[in-house]
Design a protein around this ligand. Sequence first.
Ligand code: MN
Length: 205
Amino acid sequence: MSNSKDRLEEYQKKRHLNASPEPGEGEGSLDWADKRPIFVIQEHAASSLHYDFRIEVDAVLKSWAVPKGPSTDPSEKRLAVPTEDHPLAYADFEGVIPKGEYGAGTVLIWDRGSYRNLKDEGGKRKSVSQQIEDGHVTIWLEGQKISGGYALIRTQDGKDARWLLIKMNDERADARRNPTSTEPKSVTSGRTLKQIRDEEGGNDE
Ligand code: MN
């Protein structure tokens, strides 16, 4: 397996880390996290609004862009488009990516927490990286807004790969909730997208 430096090459290539406040490899403390692997969902108001869903796998954040964000309703299938691996420290990033830079726009930490592999026991034991390889991931999230089992299922492979993010039918499923619209604020700063933009956007925005 390649180390996290190699896997972050695409991340670094896309960015000018001297011009953007985004973190580089090895930066950040993640002082809120314990030993368990982490996940983060970042609302990203870029050229189009989406939610970046990221899970820690082998020392990087495997990432998908989810246009509508996660649902708590198992009957909702949310499109998830894979994007490049991000450094772990990205889970602490909230702020404004300047105009002209890759992903220009505002990033808000919409939810985060730990997760566990639902295929880590018994006869079906399989690592999350193997599940990603196989195109079928099941994990249990413990976030502040989102929790319970979620499945990520690849529906199209190759250069234009497409996945679906689906809430599993368990006791945390709730078709009446709609947290992306009713709980819009950052779980780390309590700010809205607009407040982040106003406070950190400079003269640029
Ligand atoms: Mn994004």
